[in-house]
Design a protein around this ligand. Structure first.
Ligand code: MF3
Ligand code: CO
Length: 250
């Protein structure tokens, strides 16, 4: 229940982990191309995480088998990398990873379009989802509430006719991958937990082009849209300050 307030020294450690996550994601982004498999992305990430002296945060977490989640097209989150999943021109793939260094966690995700034949509506879904994360981050400041953060995501997404996934939420992060509070991507301004300087949050809007419903496949992990529509996901780890958000995974 309790939300931990981190010291400046702890925030610095969280920033170091956040920087590793950023480097890994940018490295993997370059490996996204038609013909690559999601297992190729996993391998590139695993090598990079080791090179940078960090430990993967996802592998082994509740039995999750990989260092990345790679969620293609109608997959929302928690897609498992596989040699059987080949990226094709026009696909989208969400790449989500976390690391731990010196006991402190970082977590971030991007969604990338594959190749050149990407539909205008698909590009729009990616842009709006990334913009919804930016709008959430602009709300973060001591004294604001989680309702302000969720409302910002929801307004950005729904103004474009897309929908916010409710079955998964962002989270506090620090010396564990998932800490309190939960960070929904919907809400009402002025309601919910009040933010205090030193809180650290992973904000991660998941946005569907169609209806908001999702279901988890029989592998126990992969969440897909119920209506088969495309889904995008962006995530940053941010620290709350009196002035605003400090984005630790930038
Ligand atoms: N970014 C996701 C989250 O914060 C990834 C978790 S995947 C898991 O929930 F494998 F670690 F569960
Ligand atoms: Co997360």
């Amino acid at each position: 229940m309790a939300i931990t307030i981190r010291t400046p020294q702890e925030i610095e450690k969280l920033r170091r982990s956040g920087q590793v996550v950023r480097e890994v994601l940018e490295h993997v982004r370059k490996a996204v191309k038609p013909g690559a498999t999601t297992l190729d992305l996993e391998t590139a990430a695993a090598v990079k995480i080791r090179e940078l002296g960090a430990t993967p945060a996802f592998k082994g977490y509740r039995g999750y088998p990989c260092v990345l989640c790679t969620s293609m097209n109608d997959e929302v989150v928690h897609g498992i990398p596989s040699a059987e999943r080949k990226l094709r021109d026009g696909d989208i793939v969400s790449i989500d990873t976390g690391v731990v260094m010196d006991g402190y966690y970082g977590d971030s995700a991007i969604t990338v379009a594959v190749g050149r034949e990407v539909a205008a509506r698909t590009k729009k879904l990616l842009a709006v989802t990334e913009a919804s994360l930016a709008s959430a981050i602009r709300e973060v400041k001591a004294g604001a509430t989680l309702g302000d953060v969720g409302a910002a995501v929801q307004e950005t997404v729904e103004a474009e006719g897309f929908s916010v996934v409710r079955d998964f939420v962002g989270h506090g992060i620090g010396t564990r991958l998932h800490e309190d509070p939960q960070v929904p991507n919907y809400g009402t301004r002025g309601l919910g937990q009040k933010l205090k300087a030193g809180m650290v949050l992973a904000i991660e809007p998941m946005v569907n082009a169609g209806r908001p419903g999702v279901q988890v496949l029989k592998d126990g992990w992969t969440a897909v849209t119920e209506d088969g529509s495309l889904s995008a996901h962006f995530e940053h780890t941010v620290a709350v300050t009196d002035e605003g958000a400090l984005v630790l995974t930038r």
